[in-house]
Ligand binder design. Structure first.
Ligand code: IMP
Ligand code: MG
Length: 180
């Protein structure tokens, strides 16, 4: 396995073709519930590639959601969660009375998704669902599970398909794990 410019070795664990096939199924499941007044909220930055592909799969499945973005931070530059979630950039849209689907890349401790869900709930959304690319098989620090997940994933640090380590590897078309 070749080293990257930054000296990392990355092993693919979810290839691009597998991700695309799974998103077609996932979008079909979301569409089957016939959500109305739907607002999709990708949590940036890590979910941007997943959200872009999932939204196009949702279009193929017949959905026409509005989309707005929420930028949260908990990880900073390190690989371990700081435990504190902050809003870096808020939504533009009002969520009151709407069916909101929150999209994130990884469900790990659960703090990020729980924070976002509480925020949207406090603003009066009528229904909130959560959808993550990867559900890590670890004990959550808070009591939350995702309504939809593309894959379960072992407790390893992953990059690619939108996910980074120190702002690198978001461009990779697959999900890989960093090999130490
Ligand atoms: P949680 O708040 O601990 O559930 O962590 C969720 C957030 O941490 C996600 O939105 C990701 O941005 C980030 N994260 C967690 N695990 C990883 C990883 O393995 N690689 C990259 N980012 C991760
Ligand atoms: Mg994230």
């Amino acid at each position: 396995m070749a080293e990257t410019e930054a000296g990392h070795r990355i092993e693919a664990i979810f290839p691009a073709s597998q991700i695309q096939a799974r998103l077609t199924t996932l979008a079909g499941e979301i569409a089957a519930k016939k959500p109305v007044n739907l607002l999709v909220v990708p949590i940036l930055k890590g979910s941007f590639v997943f959200a872009a592909d999932l939204l196009r799969a949702m279009n193929h499945a017949g959905l026409a959601p509005e989309v707005d973005f929420l930028t949260l931070s908990s990880y900073k530059k390190s690989r371990a969660s700081s435990g504190q979630v902050t809003i870096l950039r808020d939504l533009d849209l009002d969520v009151e009375g709407r069916h909101v689907i929150l999209i994130d890349d990884v469900l790990d401790s659960g703090r990020t998704l729980a924070f976002a869900k509480d925020l949207i709930s406090a603003r009066g959304a009528s229904t909130i669902e959560t959808c993550v690319l990867l559900e890590k098989q670890v004990a959550r620090a808070v009591n939350i599970e995702a309504d939809y997940h593309a894959f379960t994933c072992p407790n390893v640090f992953v990059v690619g398909y939108g996910m980074d380590v120190a702002h690198r590897y978001r461009e990779l078309p697959y999900v890989g794990r960093l090999v130490d």
